[in-house]
Design a protein around this ligand. Structure first.
Ligand SMILES: NC(=O)c1ccc[n+]([C@@H]2O[C@H](COP(=O)([O-])OP(=O)(O)OC[C@H]3O[C@@H](n4cnc5c(N)ncnc54)[C@H](O)[C@@H]3O)[C@@H](O)[C@H]2O)c1
Ligand SMILES: CC(C)[C@H](C(=O)O)[C@@H](O)C(=O)O
Ligand SMILES: [Mg+2]
Length: 369
């Protein structure tokens, strides 16, 4: 199969880990006989430096002529002085909006080999498999007005804005996911305070009538934050609005062991997707070969699964990652002493090697079977 992929490395560790995803895709392509044509484009701070805007038209066009998009991360101290409407993060929000990527899927899955070294108890984190469904193109991030007012700019306004249609489509998506998973949906809101959450809850209740098999529960976001780290196995699909989903997913990363392990898929209604790690550009470790490339590589695996229907190819990546972790290799975000502590480049090589090695084994098997 031939597929065109736009790769937007962005800033900081985004550039280091994007290389990893591309190398792994090349290995998958060779093993399974696919051709992945890669087109690189700038976003975020890199785009500000090159094109004076965080999202150049060329980048949007490159995404639109591709079958899927991979994104590293944006932002960093170099651009922190800029006003919010032209910061690197604005490029990320703009591409999500432009491509109508309203459904952000953030799977939280425990790696068995990391359970032992976790500061959290085994009985809490083992076998966790939660899907956070985060609304991605509405809410406080996109509400207008968002500005400072008053004679001395002493008043500030951000607006939490949702339309019924925006809530309906993300709620529908989460019910569909619940139906193919374990038929359990937790809707997270702040309906004791926010009008937007009251409408959110009403819509969940309305839609629930079309999915009688799905067990639905409503939970306030503060309680959900507590329960997520205390009893994560009580959740299966969790749907929530943009900002709540942002915060809860970083929190949930601690169940797996590191923010550097969480991938995500940002999907449009027709299935087109942009795939990005949950984490940011990590300026504190950028350029030091310390970043964990797994979130990015797993995002590429999600792309293969969700955009190209390449399930065995995605599983080959997941298996390679499991094997590398089972063999004891760790980036410093997970473990910082010992003989198996490796940098970004070495970790990428290990995963690529495993993906290729399986290729050798399966071709021998093919000859003798
Ligand atoms: N999707 C994105 O592009 C995205 C997401 C979050 C933050 N950001 C931006 O990134 C910049 C830094 O933000 P932040 O520091 O709050 O969040 P961050 O996610 O970049 O980093 C938080 C902490 O996690 C660590 N970390 C993150 N990813 C890691 C990885 N793959 N391997 C090892 N350690 C990792 C970092 O070193 C840091 O200590 C900001 O400009 C922010 O706006 C971008
Ligand atoms: C960088 C920022 C705009 C972004 C968000 O909040 O959506 C990030 O934190 C994420 O989780 O993808
Ligand atoms: Mg975030």
């Amino acid at each position: 199969m031939k597929k065109k992929i736009a790769v937007l490395p962005g800033d900081g560790i985004g550039r280091e880990i994007a290389k990893g995803a591309v190398a792994v895709l090349k290995a998958v392509g060779e093993r399974f006989g696919h051709e992945f044509e890669i087109e690189f484009a700038d976003i975020g701070g890199a785009a500000i430096d090159q094109h004076h805007t965080p999202l150049p038209d060329e980048t949007t066009e490159a995404c639109k002529r591709s079958d899927a998009v991979l994104l590293g991360a944006v932002g960093g101290p170099k651009w922190d002085h800029l006003p919010s409407h032209i910061r690197p993060e604005r490029g990320l929000l703009a591409i999500r909006k432009e491509l109508q990527l309203f459904a952000n899927l953030r799977p939280i899955i425990t790696f068995e080999s990391l359970v032992e070294s976790s500061p959290l108890k085994r009985e809490i984190i083992e076998d966790v498999d939660v899907m956070i469904v985060r609304e991605l193109t509405g809410g406080l991030y996109f509400g207008k007005p968002s500005e400072r007012r008053g004679e001395h700019n002493e008043v500030v306004i951000d607006t939490l804005h949702y339309t019924r249609e925006e809530i309906e489509r993300i709620v529908e998506k989460s019910f569909e996911l619940a139906m193919v998973r374990n038929k359990k949906l937790t809707s997270v809101d702040k309906a004791n305070v926010l009008e937007s959450s009251r409408m959110w809850r009403e819509i969940v209740q309305e839609k629930a009538k079309n999915y009688p098999e799905v067990q639905v529960e409503h939970m306030y976001v503060d309680a959900a934050a507590m329960k997520l780290i205390h009893q994560p196995k009580d959740f299966d699909v969790m749907v929530t609005e943009n900002l709540f989903g942002d915060i809860l997913s970083d929190e949930a990363s601690m169940i797996t062991g590191s923010l550097g392990l969480l991938p995500s898929a940002s999907l449009r209604a027709d299935g087109f997707g942009l795939f990005e790690p949950v984490h940011g550009s990590a300026p504190d470790i950028a350029g030091q070969d310390k970043a964990n490339p797994m979130a990015m590589i797993l995002s590429a695996a999600m792309m293969l699964k969700y955009s190209f229907n390449m399930h065995k190819e995605a599983e080959a990546i997941e298996q390679a990652i499991n094997e590398v972790l089972n063999a004891g290799y760790r980036t410093p975000d997970i473990q910082n002493t010992g003989t198996h502590v490796v940098g970004t480049t070495k970790m990428i090589d290990l995963v690529v090697h495993r993906v290729r090695e399986d290729s050798a084994i399966s071709s021998i098997m093919a000859v003798y079977m």
